[in-house]
Design a protein. Structure first.
Lengths: 70, 374
């Protein structure tokens, strides 16, 4: 067996498990990040609501911006 | 008078069959790019560079030639491949990978070709440094191949780069027969449900590249540029406040560097250095690496199916090689050719992006081990 061949076997023997280990870590990292920081649909801060019926009673012109109830 | 006229035609006298072969090769690459649309952004500059370098007494190469200067400044310093990684990072959306991280297993399996090819290369009497650089062809990742080659085998840069990019370009030709050989028609018709398209939070997308840099950097500090610049590009994309930098990385930066890199690689293909048995060996081993890589992804996908109630189409494992996005598209096209309503594009692309990531991890690991061995 040549020296280069022995080294190549060593690269495979060490490299494959190390590579799989790093990728395994990345898989765990990805899972942890997604679990720790779930996506939250942003609530619209303001919703435009027609206030036509208010206009009559309260004599308010146009539309009023009111916070969304979620 | 006669001497002056003779001097004007000196290059004709220096013309040999080797130059003609290299012109043929250069024009062949340009033909593949222009006519077949195979990786045109790379193959046109490489092909043109090869022609420029193989005009006898060419001023483009030699001690003060512009292509030699580019080689010294951009490739031997590893600058060009690293700058390309910034652009690739800015183009990669890791959301599918974060949503379904197990696809990284298929990307990892596709890297097995690297290690097999390194062993085979040493059996063919390549020294270990050259064998490692040849093995990296199994990533089907041009910049990683060039990065490792410039570190450990700069003398093989031309055949390695040519093998990496031409095999990437030939993905639609190389992959389908391997996929057909390793899968049954029933397996190729497996439909996969809609990918969980739940959004990934911005915080997760921001933290992922930062954490990857720290983890990979601590394990293999020598390869920090490789991972670091890729993740820098991705962070520019995701952070939301550097749109101009992200756009520049995805367009101007990567285009300019690709042009210069392609020309430089073409410039290294001078007949006297390129036309030899070693180049032929490198090209053959590159093909072998790609075959093993494709097979590795498919086999692990089939293995995963043994443990899953919801089956995956094993063809998507083939997209674990890094040839992004070509490999993903080839798989998706094969799926629709088997069953017109089988849409695998999103699944194949997720595996393909994981392949990009895993190829860099594999490169990092090989660099770290070779640095320790040499």
């Amino acid at each position: 067996m040549s020296d280069a061949f022995e080294k190549a076997l060593m690269i495979a023997a060490i490299g494959l498990p190390v590579m799989l280990g790093i990728i395994g870590l990345f898989i765990l990292l990805a899972k942890a990040l997604v679990a720790l920081f779930p996506h939250q649909t942003p609530r619209p801060a303001l919703t435009i609501v027609s206030t036509e019926h208010h206009q009559k009673s309260e004599n308010v012109k146009g539309y009023t911006k009111v916070p969304s109830s979620g | 008078m006669q001497e002056i006229i003779w001097g004007l035609f000196e290059s004709f006298g220096a013309l040999s069959w080797k130059h003609l072969v290299m012109w043929f090769l250069g024009f062949g690459l340009i033909y593949l790019a222009v006519k077949k649309n195979y990786e045109p952004l790379l193959l046109v500059p490489i092909g043109f560079g090869a022609v420029l370098a193989n005009i006898p007494l060419s001023g483009a190469i030699g001690e003060d030639g512009p292509l030699t200067l580019l080689l010294q400044v951009g490739v031997l310093t590893e600058l060009f491949p690293i700058l390309i990684f910034v652009g690739i990072g800015a183009m990669c959306d890791f959301s599918p990978l974060l949503r379904n991280p197990s696809v990284m297993l298929m990307g990892a399996a596709a890297q097995v070709g690297i290690f097999i090819t390194i062993i085979v290369a040493t059996l063919l009497q390549f020294p270990i440094a050259q064998a490692a650089a040849i093995g990296i062809l199994g990533t089907a990742d041009g910049p990683t191949t060039i990065y490792v080659a410039s570190l450990y085998a700069p003398e093989l840069l031309a055949p390695l780069a040519l093998a990496a990019y031409s095999y990437m370009a030939l993905t639609p030709v190389i992959m389908p027969p391997i996929i057909r050989m390793l899968t049954t028609p029933e397996e190729r018709k497996i439909r996969m449900g809609n990918q969980n398209d739940q959004e990934v939070s911005r915080t997760a997308r921001l933290l992922f590249p930062l954490c990857v840099v720290i983890i990979a950097g601590l394990i293999a500090p020598v390869a920090v540029p490789l991972v670091g610049f890729l993740m820098l590009g991705n962070f520019l994309r995701e952070c939301g406040v550097t749109d101009r930098l992200s756009q520049s990385a995805q367009n101007e930066l990567i285009n300019i560097v690709t042009l210069l890199l392609g020309l430089t690689i073409g410039g290294t293909m001078a007949a006297e250095h390129f036309l030899n048995w070693i180049s032929l060996g490198v090209m053959s081993l590159g093909l072998l690496a790609m075959i093993f890589a494709t097979a590795g992804g498919i086999i692990i996908a089939k293995l995963l199916n043994a443990f899953r109630s919801e089956k995956i189409n094993p063809m998507i494992g083939a997209a674990g090689i890094s040839a992004f996005p070509m490999a993903g598209r080839v798989v998706a096209k094969m799926a629709t050719s088997e069953d017109k309503r089988n849409y695998l594009l999103m699944h194949a692309m997720a595996v393909n992006i994981s392949g990009q990531m895993c190829s860099i991890v594999a490169g990092v690991v090989v660099i770290a081990i070779i640095s320790a061995l040499l």
